[in-house]
Design a protein around this ligand. Structure first.
Ligand code: SF4
Ligand code: SF4
Length: 526
């Protein structure tokens, strides 16, 4: 493990509000995207590196930035409102995990918003134009752009601060707007924009092409068969299946994500539901949201629609991914609808937990909870699920469904302290497009509040494992919890627990292999 300053945990289950360390995280933004990646996302790419190898800004950057800000405040009335109505009450200041972990005052939500607000005031308000000092308005300079880049990439867009703001100001939306402006002046983040360009080129964040994906899925079929003696299918591009499963590509190989994918496959198998993945839309994640780009978010979402039409499915089900579920639940119909070609009996889209919980309630799955008796579970609510979506289309369903499923497949479950779960949940520290190694220091420090809560239930209630339903949370936790003295194996997928406890009774898959179909056809012809 690389050497980082790791915050000390007090073991009391609450975080101590730190004294401030001005500029503690100045200049610690992520790597900048090269012009090629900007071009793929339809952003301006007319910028180069200077003699020191530092990326310059695009030509006319100031004018372009202000034009974009003007465009966004008119396009999104919420943004205009958020820029105008903050009364500096301070209720949000200590609610951000990045301020708590880094002590940098610019990571206080109100201060983060002010980086953009000060410029908005200078160019778009009467007082700011004529009496800038009186209202804290500042000119847009390259130093201001540097601060935007650093601190809007130290916000995971988790929306925790908005829960405590008496006006409901959503800093995540301000961060998204700032990133959209930055992308238009040559300051895109390499991590996010490279990933989005891979989706457009290959279909998923990892750049995993169809043959490699097919191989991986075949390997998983063999693993499950070796383990259970039963052939559970992992179908790819199979036309006419009932369900199109859209899941984060990390589910195809990362640990513990892949154990969750095995769980989805077993649930479909046991319930007799035919399903398929799509190599064209082999990605549930939608990083277009992280960079605040409606256009790119829509381009990614449309791939799912195209795949669903091509494969003639009746339902779309999303796997365990936090922001993917927010985009799906809150925006999919707007971005890529109408979905009137799907079976109207089912919601569009559905979460895999809704499917599994429905089957458990209907008595369609046989469960042996004792298979998970080696664990005492707790559950991490992912920000985008908790504060940006629902399940079962009812308020609070997003908190109930994962816990209901965990309790249905495990005998031992306890929640972490109340001010760290449900809509008060803390971010894992790696969400919002920050899950990159160039931000490791931020990720470790940002995980502090969640680690504090985990340590508390570990010591007080014997918790051994923490389950999550987000690919980013799982990747972030497995990487950072060793810095806090935990083991990476302590992070599990919820459907990994389902997979372990589910008793497979159906010996034969309802879904024949396409080559087996071909054989049958040959026989018939003969
Ligand atoms: S949205 Fe989350 S990460 Fe961003 S300022 Fe608010 S609490 Fe911090
Ligand atoms: S809680 Fe809301 S109104 Fe108060 S300082 Fe924070 S953003 Fe401004």
């Amino acid at each position: 493990m690389a050497d980082y300053e790791v915050p000390k945990l007090n073991g009391e289950g609450y975080v101590e509000i730190p004294t401030i360390k001005p500029d503690a995280m100045a200049g610690k933004g992520p790597f900048i995207a090269k012009p090629d990646f900007q071009k793929a996302l339809h952003f301006p790419a007319d910028f180069q590196t200077d003699e020191q190898g530092k990326f310059e800004l695009v030509a006319d950057w100031k004018e372009r930035a202000l034009t974009k800000l003007d465009d966004l405040r008119h396009r999104y009335r919420s943004l205009q409102l958020y820029l105008d109505i903050c009364v500096k009450c301070g209720a949000c200041t200590d609610k951000c995990h990045y301020y708590i972990g880094t002590h940098d005052p610019k990571n206080m939500p109100v201060a983060r918003q002010d980086l953009l607000r000060k410029v908005y005031r200078r160019y778009f308000t009467f007082a700011g134009k004529h009496f800038p000092k009186l209202v804290g308005a500042v000119d847009l300079t390259e130093e201001v752009v540097d601060d935007w880049y650093n601190y809007y990439h130290q916000c995971s867009q988790c929306r925790r601060c908005s829960v405590y703001c008496p006006y409901g100001i959503d800093t995540a939306e301000v961060s998204m707007a700032a990133r959209e402006i930055l992308d238009h002046i040559g300051r895109g983040s390499k991590y996010n924009n490279e990933i989005i360009s891979k989706v457009f080129k290959v279909g998923n964040n990892l750049g995993l092409p169809q043959p490699a994906l097919a191989d991986t899925l075949e390997g998983l079929e063999e693993d499950v068969e070796a383990d259970t003696g039963i052939k559970v299918r992992f179908p790819l591009d199979e036309e006419g299946a009932e369900v199109l499963l859209v899941t984060p590509s990390a589910d195809f190989f990362a640990e513990p994500h892949v154990d969750g994918l095995m769980g989805y496959a077993k649930v479909f198998h046991e319930a007799g539901i035919t399903w398929t993945l799509s190599s064209y839309a082999s990605e549930g994640a939608n990083f277009g949201m992280f960079i605040g780009s409606y256009e790119n978010m829509r381009r990614i979402a449309l791939r799912i629609r195209e795949a669903a039409i091509k494969l003639k499915v009746k339902r779309i089900v999303f796997g365990e991914c936090g922001h993917a579920w927010r985009v799906a639940y809150s925006f999919l119909n707007t971005l890529a609808g109408p979905f009137d070609f799907l079976d109207p009996k089912y919601p569009v889209p559905q979460h895999i937990l809704e499917v599994t919980w429905g089957l458990i309630q209907d008595g369609k799955l046989v469960i042996d909870k004792s298979q998970n008796d080696d664990k005492v579970l707790t559950f991490h609510d992912s920000c985008n699920v908790a504060r940006g979506s629902r399940m079962g289309n009812k308020p609070g369903g997003q908190f109930e469904y994962p816990r209901n499923v965990i309790k249905a497949v495990c005998n031992h479950f306890v929640d972490m302290p109340a001010d760290t779960i449900h809509d008060a949940t803390y971010c894992c520290g790696g969400g919002g497009g920050l899950l990159t190694d160039d931000l490791m220091e931020l990720r470790i420090k940002g995980a502090q509040p969640r680690m504090e809560a985990l340590k508390y239930v570990t010591e007080q209630q014997g918790v051994t494992h923490m389950a999550a339903i987000c690919a980013i949370c799982k990747s972030q936790f497995t990487k950072v919890i060793p810095y806090y003295g935990f083991k990476m194996e302590q992070i599990v997928s919820v459907h990994q627990l389902v997979s372990k406890a589910l008793v497979l009774q159906r010996q034969v898959s309802v879904q024949a292999r396409p080559d087996e179909d071909d054989d049958d056809d040959d026989n018939d012809d003969a």
